[in-house]
Write a new protein. Structure first.
Length: 128
């Protein structure tokens, strides 16, 4: 009986899911950081949100209400959900949780993105 309880505890600690390596894009024109997993899942969140979570200084963007400056947007179909974004307990990973899916990247990955953004204004995906 004691052996059965140990087996159940071991099974409860196993995580289910899949491993993937999302591509991360920095779009400074829109002011968002995009995480993309294949063609099915995309997370767009403001750059300043990531900087505030990671403790980086950031500049507040001034709002422009001029409709002339805004480009017409294309219709987007799909599900819109707001992810929860937080640091892991040890502070080494930034975790995105949306629709019962967790996506995590090391904090140094984001630091490298923001350091590269300061040196160049490109919006290319960085290798993992």
């Amino acid at each position: 009986m004691n052996n059965q309880n140990e087996t159940q505890k071991a099974q409860a600690q196993q995580a289910q899911g899949f491993f993937t390596n999302p591509q991360v894009y920095l779009n400074t024109e829109r002011g968002v950081l995009t995480h993309r997993i294949g063609n099915d899942l995309r997370i767009d969140m403001p750059i300043n949100l990531y900087k505030s979570i990671l403790g980086f200084p950031f500049e507040k963007k001034t709002q422009t209400d001029s409709s002339e400056e805004k480009a017409p947007s294309r219709p987007v179909f799909g599900l819109v959900a707001r992810p929860a974004i937080y640091l892991s307990k040890d502070g080494n990973y930034l975790i995105h949780r949306v629709l019962d899916t967790r996506i995590s990247k090391h904090v140094n990955y984001y630091k490298r993105i923001f350091q590269n953004a300061e040196t160049s204004a490109s919006a290319e995906a960085l290798p993992a």
